[in-house]
Design a protein around this ligand. Structure first.
Ligand SMILES: C[S@@+](CC[C@H](N)C(=O)[O-])C[C@H]1O[C@@H](n2cnc3c(N)ncnc32)[C@H](O)[C@@H]1O
Length: 212
C-alpha cells in the first residue's frame, strides 16, 4: 500500500467523520510495533480483536505477526474504512496470506457478540472525542470480550487531555474533566505497562492493560 494513498483516505475520513476518526494521519510503524508488542511475546494459537483499524496501519503489523492457528477479528464502524481494508486483504501479499484467518465486522465495538473470547484486544478508538457514557460502554465491552489474563492495548496522544483543556469551555470542559478522572482510575487500576512512541504524528503512548 502506498503510504500517501493511506494518508489521503485517512484525511478524507477525518474531514467527513471527525468524531469517530479522531486523528488526521494513520499511526506510524513505530506505534504499530508498540501496539503489537504483547502479541509478539505470546505463542499461537491466539484469538485477537482489532478495534477501529482505520486504513490498517496497525492491521498491517498484526497480519505480519499472525501464525497458523491464530484467529484475527476486526471491528470497524466506518463503511469507507471497511471497504479500504477489504481491498488490502484482496490485493496485498501480507494481508492475502492471512485472509482465511481474518474476519472484518462492520459495526461498533459495542455490538460485537460474545464473552471472554479474546486473548488480545488492540484498540485505536479515539476515546477523548467521546462522551463519558460512550467511553464507559466501550470499557464494558472491553471487559466483556477479553479472556481472564488477556491484554488490552490502546493508545492516545501524549498529554492530549491536558493540552486540550485550556482551549475548551462549558460542557466540553466538563466532559474532558470527567473523562480524565475516569481514564486515570482505569489506568491506575489495570495498566501493566506503557510505551511512549516519539516517532508518530503526534507522539503517542501505547498502554497495556489487564483486567484482574
Ligand atoms: C484514531 S482512528 C485509528 C485508526 C488506526 N487504528 C490507526 O491507528 O491508524 C480511530 C478508528 O476507530 C474507528 N471507530 C470509532 N468508533 C468506533 C466504534 N465504536 N467501533 C469500532 N470502530 C470505531 C474509526 O472509524 C477509526 O477507524
Amino acid at each position: 500500500m502506498q503510504y500517501w494513498t493511506e494518508c489521503r483516505q485517512f484525511y478524507r475520513q477525518f474531514r467527513q467523520q471527525y468524531h469517530t476518526t479522531g486523528s488526521i494521519l494513520p499511526s506510524s510503524r513505530g506505534l504499530a510495533r508498540a501496539m503489537t508488542r504483547p502479541l509478539r511475546q505470546a505463542k499461537a494459537p491466539r484469538r485477537i480483536l482489532e478495534i477501529g483499524p482505520g486504513t490498517g496501519a496497525i492491521t498491517a503489523e498484526i497480519v505480519r505477526q499472525l501464525r497458523p492457528g491464530d484467529q484475527f477479528d476486526i471491528v470497524e464502524i466506518n463503511a469507507d474504512f471497511v471497504a479500504f481494508l477489504n481491498t488490502r486483504f484482496a490485493e496485498e501479499a501480507d494481508f492475502r496470506k492471512r485472509r482465511s484467518q481474518s474476519r472484518i465486522m462492520h459495526c461498533p465495538l459495542q455490538e460485537v457478540p460474545g464473552e471472554k473470547m479474546y486473548d488480545f484486544l488492540i484498540s485505536g478508538l479515539p476515546l477523548n472525542n467521546f462522551s463519558l457514557e460512550l467511553v464507559d460502554d466501550i470499557y464494558k465491552s472491553y471487559e466483556r470480550l477479553l479472556k481472564p489474563g488477556g491484554t488490552l492495548t490502546c493508545f492516545e496522544y501524549v498529554w492530549v487531555r491536558a493540552i486540550k483543556m485550556p482551549f475548551v469551555r462549558g460542557k466540553d470542559r466538563e466532559r474532558l474533566t470527567q473523562l480524565t478522572h475516569y481514564l486515570e482510575v482505569k489506568f491506575r487500576r489495570y495498566q501493566i505497562g506503557q510505551e511512549i512512541v516519539v516517532l508518530n504524528v503526534p507522539p503517542a503512548v501505547a498502554r497495556h492493560l489487564r483486567f484482574g
